[in-house]
Design a protein around this ligand. Structure first.
Ligand SMILES: [Fe+2]
Length: 130
């Protein structure tokens, strides 16, 4: 099943929504590549892209929160840091497992579950504040 961003995940800030859509797209590409038995190199590369894009997104989102004096910034920063640590663990287990597909499928589940929960529970409040 494809991993897709849906309208109910909109936080009401266009720049943030666009990046969230891109994150879902990248997670989907990663999932498809893993599922279709693409090379370990390609899957590893997609995982690195997702990691880099996530960091960029968090940094942009935090800058936006600062610009509107968002009161929940510290809480968001902690959540973002934790997720980056989770991603690093995934990358490490993908590398040490020698590119195991189960790791990738589990990774995607974790990424999508986290994003969905984080966007619904925390990011939506940013849009509501602005
Ligand atoms: Fe966030």
């Amino acid at each position: 099943m494809a991993i897709v961003w849906t309208q109910d995940l909109s936080v009401g800030v266009n720049s943030i929504d666009k990046q969230h859509q891109q994150l879902f797209k990248m997670a989907d590409e990663l999932f498809e590549a893993g599922k279709n038995g693409k090379s370990r190199e390609l899957v590893g590369e997609l995982l690195s892209f997702l990691d880099a894009y996530t960091k960029q997104h968090f940094s942009d989102e935090e800058a936006y929160m600062k610009s509107i004096n968002y009161p929940g910034l510290a809480e968001q920063q902690t959540a973002h840091k934790n997720f980056i640590a989770e991603l690093a663990k995934l990358k490490a287990s993908y590398d040490t497992s020698g590119g195991n597909i189960a790791v990738i499928i589990g990774a995607n589940q974790m990424v999508v579950d986290w994003l969905t929960k984080h966007i619904s529970g925390m990011d939506k409040k940013i849009g509501a504040h602005a």
